[in-house]
Design a protein around this ligand. Structure first.
Ligand code: FNR
Length: 383
């Protein structure tokens, strides 16, 4: 029996079980993958200070995100095509998050639709919006998210143009994703996965196909995105969207202190310091390296969350101690989903929570709210 001890074990199993095209889609970064690699290696450059002889009983890693109680300050980030990693993957991930007590964010580019996920969950989830050129579609999807009871809109700002991932290009990944027989038989045989996927009626973008004009035309992921996404998205358009939505709004993809100030002045309920998991601007600094400048610019004015590169509870602790109010994870839960479905997502969350709790105790802290720079040894060039 394979013992799963850490997120890396889930990753290995995901790689073994999922078709190469979908594993590669999750695991790759854009262009040279420099930023993708830095996201994880930069966390390792930050070291922790041990404290002993401190009462470590009654510890808590619980917190809040935009006023919502969370079992730990971690939310599931929006991940496109999650339903390709495991049949009905969005529903499985949402259910695992709900049972665990952390927020789930449904991507615009999901396989299961907003309505599908709402029908299979009992608590509100968050909806992530990519702004398309078709304004009617955008207004309509906002209305659908409202009708489904979504409690926050996560507006992603860093992907109006798609950064190329060489692996997707070479694997022939298309948009909308098409699960055809040649796709399956050309891949190394993954019988369990094939049976699972073929058992689902959801094989394309559930939120988009049938709701927007012309999106069913098959194209490479890059050309499709560039055809559909609105390159004119600016602060004026963001204000229009907030008006349409009327609820909590989170701005995702902030990597610059001036942009963070702008977002805070705009009244964002939270900002997400994110380089999209190294999938967009290759050559950008890792999120953890940029975090201090953003904390200095807007701490206290809006919630600051961080994603990109979190693979352990130690990483979560480092992000919080560096000044983030909370974090998001993408691949860490996708590996779990691809490895073992819903149980794998739950396992990923359990692993992260346990690692966070134990690391916090060894740092001599009892509450995540007390974490700070005093717990860390940070290289000088992170400032
Ligand atoms: C993403 N991400 C993403 N973000 C978003 O706003 N909408 C989306 O549809 C997607 N799709 C997507 C697919 C895949 C396969 C990945 C890995 C990521 C980015 C995601 O929300 C998050 O920012 C990163 O995943 C964080 O980095 P880590 O945790 O994966 O290192």
């Amino acid at each position: 029996m394979t013992v799963i001890a850490c997120i890396d074990d889930l990753k290995r199993l995901h790689r073994k079980r999922a078709p190469k095209m979908f594993y590669d889609y999750a695991e790759s970064g854009s262009y040279t993958e420099q930023t993708f690699r830095d996201n994880t290696t930069d966390f390792q450059k930050i070291r922790l200070r041990q404290k002993v002889a401190v009462d470590m009983s009654n510890r808590s890693v619980a917190g809040t995100m935009i006023g919502q109680p969370v079992a730990m300050p971690v939310a599931l980030a929006p991940v496109g095509m999650t339903g390709m990693q495991s049949a009905d993957g969005e529903i499985k991930a949402a259910r695992a998050a709900e049972a665990f007590g952390v927020p789930f964010t449904l991507s615009t580019m999901s396989i299961c639709s907003i309505e599908d996920v709402a029908a299979h969950t009992s608590k509100p989830f968050w909806f992530q919006l990519y702004v398309m050129r078709d304004e009617e579609f955008v207004d309509n999807i906002i209305a659908r998210a409202k009708a489904a009871g979504c409690s926050a809109l996560v507006l992603t700002l860093d992907l109006q143009i798609l950064g190329q991932r060489h692996k997707d290009l070479k694997n022939g990944l298309t948009a909308p994703p098409r699960l055809t027989l040649p796709n399956i038989v050309n891949m190394t045989t993954k019988p369990a996965w094939c049976m699972g996927m073929l058992g689902t009626r959801r094989r394309s973008f559930g939120n988009i196909v049938g709701h927007a004009k012309g999106v069913g035309d098959l194209s490479s992921l890059t050309s499709w995105t560039n055809e559909q996404f609105d390159p004119q998205l600016d602060w004026g358009k963001i204000a229009r969207l907030r008006e349409k939505w009327g609820g909590k709004m989170i701005l995702k993809g902030i990597l610059d202190a001036d942009d963070a100030r702008r977002a805070a002045d705009f009244g964002a309920d939270a900002i997400i310091v994110s380089n999209h998991g190294g999938r967009q601007l290759d050559g950008a600094l890792s999120s953890i390296r940029i975090l201090p400048s953003i904390v200095a610019a807007v701490k206290g004015q809006t919630e600051i969350w961080l994603d990109s590169g979190i693979r352990s509870g130690q990483d979560i602790l480092k992000a919080l101690a560096m000044g983030a109010d909370a974090t998001m994870i993408g691949r860490s839960y996708i590996y779990g989903l691809g490895a073992m479905g819903q149980a794998g997502v739950t396992m990923a969350l359990e692993i992260l929570k346990k690692e966070l709790d134990i690391t916090m105790a060894l740092c001599g802290e009892r509450d995540v709210a007390a974490l700070g720079r005093h717990n860390l040894l940070v290289p000088k060039d992170f400032e």
